[in-house]
Design a binder for this molecule. Structure first.
Ligand SMILES: NC(=O)c1ccc[n+]([C@@H]2O[C@H](COP(=O)([O-])OP(=O)(O)OC[C@H]3O[C@@H](n4cnc5c(N)ncnc54)[C@H](OP(=O)(O)O)[C@@H]3O)[C@@H](O)[C@H]2O)c1
Length: 289
């Protein structure tokens, strides 16, 4: 038996319940993992709030797409992106279903080694944000010598985009609340407050112009600022303003209808992120536990 969190309706946190359920043995190609930390993402509350629909046949609904933990049991031929998975391995899991649980049985293909540099809590928050950021920077072709705006630079995806773009040799201007500016400077970004006058503040920080923009916020301000400053709309990506992104001919990525899901690039990004974290090039900021 193991505890798990399920949504028994659609709404606020009051629809979440903790239940104790039997856990099956792993079959061929599967592993059983004792979960040490679950990554919580905006997607999770969007799903149980009903923002993506209220189909009662989905209830009770398991939640969560990423976690970290220790492998306790392995079915036959359990091979992950880093090779065979063994009992005792410390791992990070993405993308899985029902991560809000004390024990999960998952395909070995969703299992990567936990970076030795990161705690279980940090590893549980590495992969969804990191894979999204890798995808966003790939579709906008951000590389050495570019100047890129990251809207929402202090958020989960934003912090990953900042670090990956800096690592790639880009100059990064990141919008964030002022209290996050020191941390962003330590990561190598040039922080700027969002709100009235944003375009002028960015022009002041980047007088030679902006080559690309990554929007993780979805506000009109983020979209309009990007369109005003970046001449090539194929170098503007949004992960949050789907409707406006399509209307304006921007790159739109993620799970929304018509968006680029980036399945292969996100899957391959997991090992890239583990390697960067192991090399000390990637930090995960855990807001709270
Ligand atoms: N399409 C995809 O594939 C995909 C994947 C992952 C996430 N998402 C979506 O992307 C969004 C961000 O996800 P996340 O995990 O990074 O969330 P998060 O950690 O909550 O970060 C959101 C950031 O938005 C910033 N923000 C809030 N209001 C703002 C405003 N008016 N102007 C500028 N910035 C503002 C906040 O910055 P401050 O704290 O500095 O105010 C916060 O750090 C969510 O909507 C999520 O559902 C989409």
């Amino acid at each position: 038996m193991a505890l798990k969190v399920v949504a028994t309706g659609f709404g606020g946190p009051e629809v979440l319940s903790v239940v104790d359920e039997p856990v099956r043995d792993p079959g061929p190609g599967e592993v059983s993992v004792q979960v040490r930390a679950v990554g919580t993402n905006p997607m999770d509350y969007k799903v149980f709030s009903g923002a993506f629909g209220r189909d009662p046949s989905l209830l009770p609904m398991a939640l969560g797409t990423e976690a970290s933990g220790v492998v306790t049991e392995v079915g036959g031929q359990a091979e992950g992106p880093a090779g065979p998975v063994r009992a005792g391995d410390e791992v990070a899991l993405f993308r899985i279903e029902g991560a809000y649980a004390a024990q999960v049985v998952v395909p070995a293909s969703a299992v990567v080694p936990k970076p030795s540099t990161l705690s279980f809590e940090e590893s549980g928050g590495l992969l969804l944000t990191g894979c999204t950021a890798v995808h966003a920077l790939a579709v906008t072709a951000v590389g050495s010598g570019d100047t890129v705006i990251v809207h929402g630079a202090s958020g989960g995806v934003g912090l990953m985009a900042v670090q990956l773009a800096v690592h790639a040799g880009a100059r990064v201007v990141g919008t964030a609340r002022p209290s996050a500016h020191d941390y962003l400077r330590r990561l190598g970004a040039h922080p700027v407050a969002y709100g009235d006058g944003l375009i002028e503040r960015i022009r002041g920080l980047a007088p030679d112009g902006i080559d690309a923009a990554v929007d993780t916020v979805g506000t009109d301000e983020a979209i309009e600022t990007s369109v005003a400053l970046v001449s090539d709309r194929h170098r503007i990506v949004t992960i949050a303003a789907f409707k406006r992104g399509f209307e304006l001919g921007l790159r739109v990525i993620g799970g929304a209808p018509g968006a680029d899901p980036g399945t292969e690039i996100r899957s391959a990004a997991r090992m890239e992120l583990v390697k960067l974290a192991n090399a000390g090039a990637l930090r995960v900021l855990v807001a709270s536990t």
